[in-house]
Design a protein around this ligand. Structure first.
Ligand code: F6P
Length: 367
């Protein structure tokens, strides 16, 4: 039996936004138009397939001049999986309902031949669940956290590291002027990639990452050592998912149908440092600054390459796979590889080794 030719594909963006999303969308749209296909843009992850009035046709004009623009022209959400959709019951109680069949029905009704889903681990898991229901899906990995398996790097990460590094660079002079300890909290969820890369690149004195539960004595020892050598200020970079040995994650909030919201560890670390060393401390939480604004050239190019590769995968009908970077090539990996485990910082990796050789403390060695 001959396979039905591709006529119409759809694209959506899910999870927290990351610089480079618009570049992927542009590459997908132009590569598809080039092949004579139509492209539908689905609003806010899968919301647009639950309410199809929000679906738009993407043409050349829709993607003009967006390569360098942050955010996503399709909108996004990091809550409300169609498989666990928060729904209010007549009693007023909110419960999670499986609405995935509505998505599949809309997909068929709209005669979509393939969906390119751009997202992080949560979105890849949803894509995998829809693939199991028979939808032809291709994933494109995105996240500033860089915690997706199967790809060496995700777009958005380089931009987040650049923003964090610039901030840490700036904090050096004010920390030195006031002889203070500055504690900078960066994003990354349960992986320490952003903290490690920005901290090493910007000469942090202490880097605290989720992969290494830290000890306050070790952190303060490093600060006191510097003090003794006449370096009367210190920069501590702490990942939002870092925690003291034997302690808990610092959590800001929890809402039904979404992942727990991390945040607040910098304050805890600063308070403890101040109490133990007597030094004045200040905190900076970089938050969403790391996700906003224009992507770096690296992220733009990676995003464009991922978008074009995803379209080639549709053409080759290589569904249920995710685009991935394995330098120098971009290739396809099964979606299950991407969702099998979180990609954490390898503790025996070269960047960790470099940091230790530079004398950076991870709060795990008391002298
Ligand atoms: O996954 C990207 C990310 O920015 C994480 O680093 C962070 O924990 C989370 O999203 C923040 O989510 P929100 O945008 O809902 O505050």
């Amino acid at each position: 039996m001959t396979e039905r030719a591709i006529h119409r594909i759809a694209v959506n963006t899910g999870g927290g936004d990351a610089p480079g999303l618009n570049a992927v969308i542009r590459a997908i749209v132009l590569s598809s138009l080039h092949r004579g296909w139509e492209v539908l843009g689905i609003h806010k992850g899968y919301e647009g397939l639950l309410d199809t009035s929000k679906i738009i046709q993407l043409d050349r004009d829709s993607v003009r001049g967006i390569t360098h623009i942050g955010g996503t022209i399709l909108g996004t959400t990091n809550k409300n999986s169609p498989f666990e959709y928060p729904t209010k019951l007549p009693s007023g109680e909110v419960t999670l309902v499986d609405r995935s069949d509505e998505v599949v029905d809309a997909f068929r009704r709209l005669r979509i031949d393939a969906l390119i889903a751009i997202g992080g681990d949560g979105s890849m898991r949803i894509a995998s669940q829809f693939a199991a229901k028979g939808l032809p899906i291709i994933g494109v990995p995105k996240t500033i956290d860089n915690d997706l398996s199967g790809t060496v790097v995700t777009f958005g990460f380089d931009t987040a590291v650049m923003v964090a590094s610039e901030a840490i660079d700036r904090l050096h002079s004010t920390a030195e002027a006031h002889e203070r300890v500055m504690v900078v909290e960066v994003m990354g969820r349960y992986a320490g990639w952003i903290a490690l890369h920005s901290g090493v690149a910007s000469t942090a004195d202490v880097i605290l990452i989720p992969e290494i539960p830290f000890d306050f004595s070790a952190v303060c020892e490093k600060i006191n050592d510097r003090e003794a050598r006449g370096r009367r200020f210190s920069i501590v970079v702490v990942a939002e998912g870092a925690k003291p040995a034997g302690g808990q994650l610092t959590v800001k909030g929890h809402e039904l149908g979404r992942e727990v919201q991390l945040g607040g560890i910098a304050e805890l670390v600063a308070r403890e440092i101040s109490a133990r060393t007597g030094k004045e401390t200040r905190t900076v939480v970089l938050g969403h600054l790391q996700r906003g604004g224009a992507p770096t050239t690296f992220d733009r190019l990676l995003a464009l390459r991922f978008g074009a590769a995803a379209v080639r995968m549709v053409e080759a009908r290589q569904f249920n796979h995710m685009v991935a970077l394995d330098p120098p090539r971009v290739h396809a990996v099964p979606l299950e590889v991407a969702t099998s485990r979180m990609k954490c910082v390898p503790l025996d990796g070269d960047t960790m080794q470099t940091a230790r050789d530079l004398g950076i403390s991870f709060g795990d060695e008391v002298g």
